[in-house]
Design a protein around this ligand. Sequence first.
Ligand code: NI
Length: 183
Amino acid sequence: MAVQQVIRMGHPLLTKVASPVEQFNTHELDALVQDMFDTMAALNGAGLAAPQIAVSKRVVIFGVEANPRYPEVEAVPMTVLINPQISVLDSSEEVDWEGCLSVPGLRGLVPRNRKIHYSGYDQRGQALERTADGFHARVVQHEVDHIDGILYPQRIRDMRSFGFESELFPELENSDSSPMARE
Ligand code: NI
């Protein structure tokens, strides 16, 4: 298994609606999920969708470990989510900064639903469901957008709050690692 190249905004696969997984517990699906974890880890991401490594399937992964250096960053369980469904529990809007491994170097302020319920399957076909709010809910909405062919810049309402992270957050330039997640 290996770190794969992440395709960037402009690649037509990132605008396509991905196909559902029909067979679980296969070598092919295991290999895809492993490649996705390897790639996300190598790039320090908080999440990754299969289309970002040019596989147009409804498979996303996400997760953030608690980091004592950044107590304000909320931990999110390491999760494989296949054929996901989201229902909105609280549609009041929360606006926060997002980044994306397919849109490197940029950040934007993106409105998301505050609280969601999501369900889907892991690579073995085991059903999974959770309720999430805040950053956890944001990451899931960002990843599920990927498999529907939507990138976060399309969700930005005020394009003045879209830009290069080194211009928006110059104070982070000299720190060895950024507390901000990339999905
Ligand atoms: Ni992304």
